[in-house]
Design a protein around this ligand. Structure first.
Ligand SMILES: NC(=O)c1ccc[n+]([C@@H]2O[C@H](COP(=O)([O-])OP(=O)(O)OC[C@H]3O[C@@H](n4cnc5c(N)ncnc54)[C@H](OP(=O)(O)O)[C@@H]3O)[C@@H](O)[C@H]2O)c1
Length: 300
């Protein structure tokens, strides 16, 4: 069997955690880890793992278009807008981990197979991956979803400079995703970067205002969705609810990470990276089955 060659663009918190996870994948091989500075902690980690590294940024892809079939973009929303033009021109499939939201939004537990024919999918945000499947279950089982509000808290240490520069995009993209997946007319997303030490685990609370909340109707689909998420994010669990408080449905979830790059508190890296890998592995299996003309991965 062949592993699909993938490149990671962006060597920060998200890119480096993704690299460690891809190293374990049965379907993916990281053929290039690309950043801007060979001495950054992420680049040093990649070299320690024996992975090919380049500090040329997007120019590496331009100059070596056959080096990969798929690129994970873990840079910033602003940079992805420029990078996406190159991916399109070179016909390389892109999985965007920034909140640029150029391509359709992908939440594997809800719409994985719908994304298979897309060339640039957006993985929304960490808070979005944690909350939209719950909001989807609420939307499917409750009448008249008027408003959904989502509050996520992550350890400040796990938010790199690009995450901080993309806070407006985080809010906008998460709110759009909540509307799309729940059908709610109004949504609000809030992100707390908590500086406490020891660092806090990622936690997200979803609150929904619906007509006559029906928890018993919600539970079966909610349990099924949580089960699906746990198949690719093992540390995802409901810690409160579902319950009705002041007429609103409330569910709180926690995500424990695998501790691949940052310690286990950084479930915010795992929730989006595991989702991105689930999508990439689905592409890899699909291309292998179809005998994709450009399927030229590493033979293992
Ligand atoms: N951290 C999270 O919890 C989280 C969760 C979900 C999504 N995200 C999103 O993921 C993205 C990355 O976040 P992060 O926390 O990993 O930030 P980060 O630690 O600052 O990582 C960003 C990396 O991208 C590199 N980079 C930026 N522009 C580039 C360009 N044009 N070409 C090549 N490399 C470039 C940076 O290089 P330098 O080292 O040279 O600066 C840095 O290594 C952000 O858009 C963020 O919103 C973050």
């Amino acid at each position: 069997m062949k592993k699909t060659n993938v490149a990671i663009l962006g060597s920060g918190n998200i890119g480096t955690d993704l690299l460690v996870k891809i190293h374990r994948s049965k379907y993916l091989h990281c053929s290039a880890f690309i950043g801007r500075n060979l001495r950054s902690p992420g680049m040093l980690k990649a070299q320690e793992l024996g992975v090919f590294v380049s500090a040329e940024g997007i120019d590496y892809i331009k100059n070596n278009p056959k080096s990969c079939e798929l690129v994970f973009d873990a840079t910033s929303a602003q940079a992805h807008i420029e990078h996406s033009k190159v991916f399109k021109e070179l016909n390389i499939t892109a999985i965007d981990l920034t909140p640029a939201k150029l391509g359709p939004m992908c939440v594997p537990s809800v719409n994985l197979s719908d994304c298979l024919n897309e060339k640039n999918v957006n993985m929304v945000t960490c808070g979005g991956q944690a909350s939209t499947p719950i909001a989807y279950a609420i939307g499917k089982t409750q009448k008249n979803v008027q408003y959904v509000e989502v509050v996520s808290a992550i350890a400040s240490r796990s938010a790199g400079p690009a995450t901080r520069a993309n806070l407006d995009e985080y809010i906008h993209t998460t709110e759009e995703a909540l509307k799309k997946f729940s059908g709610a007319a109004k949504t609000k997303a809030i992100l707390n970067l908590n500086p406490a030490t020891p660092c806090i685990d990622m936690q997200t609370t979803i609150m929904a205002k619906v007509e006559n909340p029906d928890i018993e109707k919600l539970k079966p689909l909610l349990n099924e969705i949580v089960h699906r998420i746990q198949s690719y994010v093992p540390g995802y669990q409901i810690v409160v609810g579902p319950l009705v408080e002041n007429g609103r449905i409330v569910v709180t979830i926690k995500v424990k990470g695998l501790g691949d790059y940052l310690p286990a508190y950084a479930g915010n890296l795992d929730i989006i990276n595991c989702a991105a890998i689930a999508m990439a592995e689905e592409y890899a299996r699909h291309w292998a089955e179809e005998g994709h003309s450009s399927h030229k991965g590493k033979i293992i």
